[in-house]
Design a protein around this ligand. Structure first.
Ligand code: ZN
Length: 379
């Protein structure tokens, strides 16, 4: 009991510094309601671990009476976290600091897409990537994020239909790298990242909708992301969309994923002769200067907005965060989603992480663990 209270006090102090740093210890006490003595004690423990440090840049004038209020901040130079994001076409390796900023990222298309081949490449690439980028920082762990059904407790990718993966022991696959491995669905990881490093209103409640090759949702209220039994929550791939006749591999028509996935939209663009082959990056480039390409993206955003409306009617969160390339790149796509959401009470925003979003998803799986129980670092 005592240990749990200590852990949660440490987490409270650490997150207060994350939000407000550089910040004086007396201010942390005021903001958190903890006693100044408790803050000083927790600061000392977190500084010993290397998570916090004093910031010396501000000179305290000599005339100041009493002890100088030297501000403290997150130590972003001592540690780093690593990310491995597995998408349908490629794997991204990333390195992030403790403020959730992406320091380095490196993407490689898959050769074969079997779990053995994909994880084999990660095991090959990772040591050199880490050595070339960490700049003296100690890595605290590896976050693995991917789409589909992911079970963090068992460290398992339960089902990823586009990759054709079932019950892949992802944590075990990365164990040879010798660092703690945390596994999570990319949609849930981004919901937590948004709460920690992004839009603070999402701390009350949010729905996160991830639309890429995979379409997933995540729901969070307070500081907790909903997992449900066996972590199966968030599968919205086969949500039925009014007005869509797209054929889905599940045998039905009008499923959300079959209508709006990167692949579906790129294939539509290729059939319309807008791009030579079905590739979302090509479509996004073309949309920069071509209104037909942008209309396709707007149409996709409309479908996404309709699906969002169904979720919002049930959940009514403070904020809907949309991670989708069109919404990230083109204000008119965001406007389409907002128009579909209409006068519901929820505000609609794009992800805070722009084009770094896959790297942030992966690294945040570790950062969430650190900010949740920082003292476990030395356990
Ligand atoms: Zn379906």
């Amino acid at each position: 009991m005592h240990t749990r209270r200590r852990t949660s006090t440490a987490a409270t102090v650490l997150r207060s510094v994350l939000d407000n740093g550089p910040v004086a210890r007396s201010t942390i006490a005021r903001l958190t309601g903890l006693s100044p003595a408790a803050v000083t004690r927790q600061y000392a423990e977190l500084a010993d671990l290397g998570l916090l440090r004093e910031v010396q840049e501000r000179r305290v004038p000599r005339a100041t009476v009493g002890r100088p209020h030297i501000p403290v901040d997150i130590d972003v130079d001592r540690f780093a976290v690593c990310g491995v994001h597995i998408a349908v076409p490629h794997t991204t390796l990333s390195l992030m600091d403790l403020r959730g900023r992406v320091l380095h990222q490196e993407r490689e298309p898959h050769g074969e897409r079997t779990p053995e081949a994909v994880f084999g490449r990660v095991l090959d690439r990772f040591p050199a990537f880490l050595e070339a980028t960490r700049a003296g920082r100690t890595p605290l762990g590896i976050g693995l994020a991917t789409g589909g059904w992911v079970d963090p407790e068992r460290g398992l990718v339960v089902r990823h239909s586009q990759l054709g993966w079932r019950d892949v022991p992802a944590r075990e696959a990365l164990a040879p790298l010798g660092l703690p491995v945390h596994v999570e669905s990319h949609s849930r990881a981004l919901a937590r990242a948004e709460q920690l490093f992004g839009d603070q209103r999402t701390r009350f409640s949010l729905v996160h909708l991830f639309v890429g090759n995979v379409v997933d949702a995540a729901i969070a209220t307070g500081g907790t992301v909903h997992h449900g039994p066996r972590s199966a929550s968030g599968d919205v791939a086969h949500l039925r969309l009014e007005g869509s006749t797209a054929e889905c591999p599940c045998g039905r028509r009008g499923c959300l994923q079959a209508t709006v996935s990167d692949r579906a939209v790129a294939e539509r663009a290729a059939r319309a002769g807008l791009i030579p082959e079905p590739s979302l990056p090509l479509l996004l480039d073309r949309a920069e200067h071509d209104s037909d390409a942008r209309s396709l993206l707007r149409e996709r955003a409309r479908h996404v907005g309709r699906a969002a409306g169904l979720l919002l009617d049930v959940i009514n969160p403070e904020v809907l965060v949309v991670t989708e390339a069109g919404v990230i790149g083109f204000p008119e796509c965001l406007a389409e989603v907002r128009a579909q959401v209409g006068d519901r009470a929820t505000d609609v925003v794009p992800t805070s992480f722009g084009r770094d979003v896959l790297s942030v998803a992966a690294g945040s799986v570790v950062l969430d663990a650190i900010y949740g129980s920082p003292l476990d670092l030395c356990a």
